[in-house]
Design a protein around this ligand. Structure first.
Ligand code: ZN
Ligand code: ZN
Length: 409
């Protein structure tokens, strides 16, 4: 990929993505394979006035070696110093940039029980950090660049070099970095998303009824005072940032105990280095009472059984079937992209900012408002070409929201 384009993309992430402020610290979590790109981000962040850029390197191959060979009990531990690392920077008001580029099936030979334990230990230890992030107290941005293993999974028939090149092209297109003026392109995109948000917020639906030919037949109740969000978000100090690049969704939260029926997945889910395929959930009063999976059942079971809150939903997101990433017809095996090509739901914790004044509520108040809490938050894709969603208002009026997979208004 040529240097100018890389710089343009990195600049977009630094300015429009996390929107680094003068004298602010930036923490970059990056796979070691993406080091040269992470360094470009770092340099640009200093140019924008960052006080310090802290590199948080990750190596998933070393992680795999540990999963395969370390004694079992190590996966129940999470080092205090790592927890302190995140808390130190969260409390300092740092911005968090994270590069998501994992090999989708790297962990398929690893005992799922080890992954479950390790995941639980880290999400328990990092709860304060993730609560801060999910309430937008710190600005954050998740983005991607290709790695060889990931690119090869997305484009299995290409050579490794071609696959990387293709994946670069798809990523840069999805984040509008290949346009003449990406900042203007993002401003236009934000106002496009705002139109859907305004429609959904002004109708203030009490229920959304989902139906398609895959077998989805689901009724989702939305809590009082829910808010539809999308595009950019704001920290309490009013700093605008974009949490996911790309982003094509508008989203809110469901009422914790208000989900009933069955929903069927429409794309594979990459979770903890494993793929879960052709799966479904059945809900009763918000709780998952049954689930199936043709592939990856153990991983799905571990996800659902993380804690009490992982038996409930925490996000309802709408993405038209006819949208840029979806139209590329590429299955990315990376949730950042696949969720932005499809209507999705998330298991686990809800974003408190999706309810009026939620960012200022404590755990008890959020619980009373039926905002789901969990150690986990995992999106899964349910959008199809024939998805119909009907909005039902408090006085029983039915208004089409989705017709044939796309917004009906
Ligand atoms: Zn989402
Ligand atoms: Zn989500």
């Amino acid at each position: 990929m040529n240097d100018d384009l890389l710089k343009k993309y990195a600049q977009l992430l630094v300015k429009t993505g996390v929107n680094i402020q003068k004298n602010q610290t930036l923490v970059i979590s990056s796979p070691i394979e993406c080091a040269s790109f992470a360094r470009i981000i770092s340099e640009l962040a200093y140019k924008e006035g960052a006080r310090e850029v802290v590199m948080n390197w990750r190596d998933e191959l070393s992680a795999k070696i540990k999963y395969l060979h370390a004694p079992e009990e190590i996966f129940e531990e999470f080092p205090e110093w790592q927890k302190d690392f995140y808390l130190y920077y969260v409390r300092k008001g740092a911005a968090f940039m994270s590069i998501a580029a994992s090999d989708p099936e790297l962990m398929k030979d690893v005992d799922p029980e080890r992954l479950r334990k390790s995941n639980k230990a880290s999400s328990t230890a990092l709860k304060e950090y993730s609560e801060s992030i999910m309430s937008n107290k710190n600005s954050w941005c998740v983005a991607s660049i290709p790695t060889r293993a990931w690119a090869k999974k997305v484009f299995p028939n290409a050579t490794e070099d071609e696959a990387v090149e293709e994946l670069w092209k798809s990523i840069l297109k999805s984040v509008r970095a290949d346009t003449e003026d990406p900042v203007t392109a993002w401003n236009e995109h934000k106002s496009y998303l705002k139109k859907s948000m305004d429609f959904l917020n002004s109708n203030n639906f009490k229920f959304l009824q989902y139906k398609n030919s895959l077998g989805t037949d689901l009724k989702v109740e939305l809590p009082n005072n829910h808010l539809w969000l999308g595009g950019s978000e704001y920290t309490p100090e009013g700093v605008e940032f974009i949490a996911n690049m790309p982003t094509e969704e508008v989203f809110t939260l469901p009422k914790k105990t208000g989900v009933n029926g069955t929903v069927v997945s429409s794309k594979p889910l990459n979770h903890n280095g494993n793929l879960i395929e052709n799966f479904s959930f059945t809900f009763k009063e918000g709780k998952i009472v049954d689930f199936t999976a043709e592939k990856g059942y153990e991983s799905l079971k571990n996800l659902v059984e993380t804690d009490d809150g992982s038996h409930y939903l925490g996000e309802v997101a709408l993405v038209p079937y006819d949208s840029p990433i979806s139209n590329s017809n590429i299955l990315f095996y990376n949730t950042l992209f696949d969720e932005n090509a499809s209507c999705h739901l998330a298991i686990g914790r809800a974003y408190p900012v999706c309810i009026k004044n939620g960012e200022n509520m404590n755990d008890e108040e959020l619980g009373k408002a039926e905002v789901n809490d969990s150690l986990t938050h995992v999106d899964f894709m349910i959008g199809t070409k024939d998805l119909e969603i009907t909005g039902i208002t408090a006085d029983g009026k039915e208004i089409p929201v989705f017709k044939n997979g796309n917004f009906a208004f």
